[in-house]
Design a protein around this ligand. Structure first.
Ligand code: NMX
Ligand code: MLT
Length: 437
């Protein structure tokens, strides 16, 4: 059965569960809210639902119930590779099922029919100042396609019907995930390769084609597949997924929604941290290691300098995780298993930071989680393969994150989730409740 048909069956089977929960158990209390949470970024409040992925503070992410190693082991692999295609992962994120090779082939073929980015997108990106951040270019590129949104077209057709609205979100979602790597490659070539563009290779899967389109070598195909899968989803509360969900809850179409999500991903406390990690590490080498090898002592001093300047250590800490991020571990293992990368000097520095930073952050005493997150380990791999323009790293994150965000809003519409509109209170109200105990 084709992916959309399978999804239709899944959504229709699932709907009674959501309806029953709201109708029969709507008043069951699942959380309480403290003043701390109200002022402190709604941390830990259970108020979102998703079945695409779940983040356990100790264990880390599970995609559709599977840990990262289980995910990589379960999915059919790309031809000649140890890694699955992004397309097979997309099938699993949407349906919860591990696809057969034939089902993967169908998605790969379908994305090829969707990946032709309209020329006006390239024209608009080209018209931006060339020194715009690549995340601006990506966000604008996605937003520019809004005029052709199938969901918006359906909404404006006068035949809008809540029960089938998800099908139009799905159509836009598939277009977004198929096109976003093409737009990202265009931005990369425009900004960093003197606008030398490379045409799509229609024989390649998504990750491999991205590698091809940015002029990368063969080995980078697996890097792209791994990177996009690892960065895809981190349950619903993170800034990019939550923003996408929030904007789409107003029935703004997937282009409006994901462009907004990307704007959130571009923040230094979120996806931009991968760029900041490289910036921090290279500045550290420049300042402390001009004529000497990096040592744990030098790293410790640099970390304290950053903390004493009132700045955060990029790539460390997390709003939910309380252990090393398994996405960090997975990428670290990739480095350790890749001859050349294992002995790459920058990887040695990143590994040394991993040995030292948790202790320094614990002594500093502020962060609830002194362990590294995904961003502490992703940039070094890109640097090793010659993708040295680290302001581009958040774009890579954005290509991967499209998978999770698009899968989530497809299900949001499938299950008819409501407009998101939490209630605000005033400071005087908080003070009154505080006085009342
Ligand atoms: N370095 C220094 N201080 C930190 C760090 C860090 N890496 N992480 C948290 N803190 C501080 C934080 O600023 C806060 O200080 P204050 O009370 O003065 O405001 C205090 O510790 C408590 O924060 P937490 O409750 O531990 O963390 P929170 O949930 O608020 O924030 C992050 C989570 C991820 C925003 C935070 O850990 C951080 O800023 N990390 C560095 C940036 C980063 O790596 N972001 C990427 C996250 C992953 N991603 O890809 O999105
Ligand atoms: C993410 O992948 O979105 C980040 O780890 C941030 C988060 O989960 O809050």
């Amino acid at each position: 059965m084709a992916l959309k048909e399978t999804l239709k069956q899944k959504i229709e089977e699932f709907r009674p569960r959501t309806t029953r929960l709201t109708k029969e158990f709507g008043k069951v209390i699942i959380d309480q809210v403290t003043i701390d949470q109200c002022i402190g970024g709604a941390r830990d409040i259970r108020s979102l639902v998703t079945d695409i992925s779940y983040l356990d503070p100790q264990e880390g992410i599970r995609f559709r119930g599977k840990t990262i190693p289980e995910t990589f082991a379960a999915l059919p692999k790309a031809a000649g590779s140890n890694y699955p295609t992004v397309e097979s992962f997309w099938y699993m994120l949407l349906t919860g099922d591990v696809p057969t090779q034939a089902q993967v082939d169908e998605v790969v073929a379908e994305w090829k029919t969707r990946q032709n980015v309209p020329q006006y997108v390239f024209d608009v990106i080209r018209a931006l100042p060339r020194d715009s951040h690549p995340m601006v270019m990506l966000s604008v590129g996605i937003l520019t396609m809004q005029k052709d949104s199938k969901f918006a077209g359906f909404y404006n057709s006068g035949k809008f019907n809540k029960n089938i609205a998800w099908e139009y979100v799905y159509e836009d979602a598939c277009d977004v995930v198929a096109r976003i790597p093409i737009i990202a490659a265009f931005i990369y070539n425009l900004k960093y390769r003197g606008d030398k563009q490379i045409a799509i290779d229609p024989t390649l899967d998504m990750g491999a084609n991205f590698a091809h389109m940015i002029g990368q070598k063969e080995e980078y195909k697996d890097v792209a597949r791994m990177y996009f899968i690892l960065h895809s989803d981190h349950e619903s509360g993170n800034v990019s997924a939550h923003t996408t969900h929030l904007v789409h809850s107003a029935l703004s179409d997937p282009y409006y929604a994901y462009s907004a999500g990307l704007n959130g991903l571009a923040g230094p406390l979120h996806g931009l941290a991968n760029q900041e990690v490289l910036d921090w590490t290279l500045k550290f080498q420049e300042k402390y290691c001009k004529d000497k090898e990096p040592t744990a002592e030098l790293i410790k001093a640099a970390l304290w300098d950053t903390l004493n300047a009132g700045q955060v250590i990029p790539g460390y800490g997390h709003a939910v995780l309380r252990k090393t991020d398994p996405r960090y571990t997975s990428q670290r293992e990739f480095c350790l298993n890749t001859p050349g990368l294992k002995d790459y000097p920058l990887f040695k520095v990143i590994s040394m930071i991993f040995e030292v930073a948790p202790g320094v952050l614990t002594e500093h005493g502020k962060t609830k989680n002194p362990w590294p997150n995904v961003d502490a380990q992703s940039g070094v791999i890109q640097m090793y393969y010659g993708l040295t323009e680290f302001e581009f790293y958040t774009v890579l994150f954005g290509v991967g994150r499209a998978l999770g965000c698009m899968a989530n809003i497809t299900w949001d519409r499938g299950l008819g989730y409501a407009l998101e509109r939490p209630k605000s209170v005033t400071t005087a109200m908080l003070e009154k409740w505080a006085a009342e105990g």
